[in-house]
Design a protein around this ligand. Structure first.
Ligand SMILES: Nc1ncnc2c1ncn2[C@@H]1O[C@H](COP(=O)(O)OP(=O)(O)OP(=O)(O)O)[C@@H](O)[C@H]1O
Ligand SMILES: [Mg+2]
Length: 358
């Protein structure tokens, strides 16, 4: 049996800002800054957050084979009671990100408690930090144990406290994108929970970017990249552990941030074009255009009478009339879900669905 090296504490006591890392860092920073700038030009950040987060929720949950469709998720968002558990998982993952984002905005810090709260939402239980030994990481194909994370609760808490300090303290002056890679490695290696460590760790990544102001809102996700390069992802954990050399791992993560920034820029451009299209069409073909109405139509994939009523400060009758016109003119489709009538923005839905394809 191989003797495993003990997990190192942070900051790592070694040179991590190698030439190759710095080269990739420059490219990644540039693309990410571009994404941040483009996102800022959107009239309402929540439009992007809602639209982009759904694919992340679906993909990240998919790493654990919770396979579901956009249509199911959409239904679960409206009426969670009668949808599949899979779709519900995705909706919960989405609310876990939202909750984490609110916490970061309020507190400007990510602590152990924040992380526990996120995992609680992801997994729907309050098991919290592991206190019973026995959790190991296995190769799912061969069932062979590939890694044994710290077992004792006191030990786990010691590592988590150390991670918390590393996340919130920037005296080391290491670029936050490099730190993100190390934080993700460290968090997964501590593996503080019985389950949900992968999903919680992926949410932590985006929240860290927000915390460090590299992006204003949670709209950049790595799950798609990780899934695409899953074998390498798992391999690199082990390789990094065995060699103690973080260069490849950091570069892997930096490339992911670059690639996903590019993809997200593409999605934002499509959404923006569609908003502009719809604006012109609404103006030309109806008499009901207003900025508020347009925003309401893109806020989620669907809208309802009360939303329009509230957003535009009109009576329910007027809201109903507007929605009828929008359906008639082909801007929205309408369907009844449960007792409610829902109005769906198919164009936005289509953009997001297509962005999810590889
Ligand atoms: N060799 C390894 N060393 C450290 N961490 C690993 C290793 N292999 C996998 N991991 C991490 O463990 C996660 C899986 O842990 P867990 O089952 O607790 O999370 P999950 O959210 O339920 O699953 P998933 O990530 O598959 O959706 C992986 O996503 C990965 O981040
Ligand atoms: Mg799991």
């Amino acid at each position: 049996m191989k003797i495993e090296k003990k997990l190192e504490m942070l900051p790592l006591n070694k040179e991590i800002e190698t030439k190759r890392v710095l080269k990739q860092l420059a490219r990644t920073s540039r693309t990410l800054a571009e994404l941040k700038g483009i996102a800022k030009t959107m009239p309402n950040q929540n439009i992007l957050i809602n639209a982009i987060m759904i694919n992340e929720a679906k993909t990240s949950s998919g790493i654990e084979n919770i396979v579901t469709t956009h249509d199911e998720i959409y239904k679960a968002m409206i009426r969670p009671i009668d949808t599949s558990p899979a779709a519900k998982e995705v909706v919960d993952y989405r609310s876990a990100i939202w909750q984490g984002y609110q916490l970061i905005k309020e507190r400007q810090i990510i602590n152990i408690n924040t992380i526990i709260k996120i995992q609680e939402k992801v997994e729907h239980n309050q098991a919290g930090i592991r206190s019973v030994p026995g959790t190991v990481i296995k190769n799912t194909q061969t069932n062979e144990i590939v890694y044994t994370p710290p077992q004792e609760k006191t030990e786990i808490l010691k590592y988590m406290k150390n991670l918390e300090d590393y996340i919130n303290n920037d005296e080391d002056m290491v670029d936050p994108l490099i730190k993100l890679a190390i934080i993700h490695y460290q968090f997964e290696s501590i593996h503080p929970f019985y389950d949900g460590n992968g999903r919680t760790g992926r949410i932590l990544n985006i929240l860290y970017l927000v915390l460090k102001d590299l992006i204003d809102a949670p709209i950049l996700y790595l799950s798609k990249y990780i899934i695409r390069n899953k074998i390498e992802y798992y391999k690199l954990f082990q390789k990094t552990r065995e060699t103690g050399n973080f260069e490849e791992w950091i570069i892997y993560m930096l490339i992911g941030i670059e690639e996903m920034s590019e993809e997200t820029i593409g999605i934002i451009n499509k959404i923006r074009d569609e908003i502009i299209n719809m604006k012109h069409e609404l103006r030309n073909r109806t008499k009901i255009y207003s900025k508020e109405l347009l925003e309401a139509l893109f806020f989620e994939f669907y809208t309802k009478i009360p939303y329009i009523q509230k957003q535009l400060d009109v009576s329910d009758k007027t809201a109903q009339k507007y929605l009828d016109i929008l359906v008639e003119q082909g801007f929205l489709t309408s369907e009844k879900i449960g007792r409610e009538r829902i109005y769906k923005n198919e164009r936005l839905f289509k953009i997001i669905k297509e962005a999810d394809r590889d």
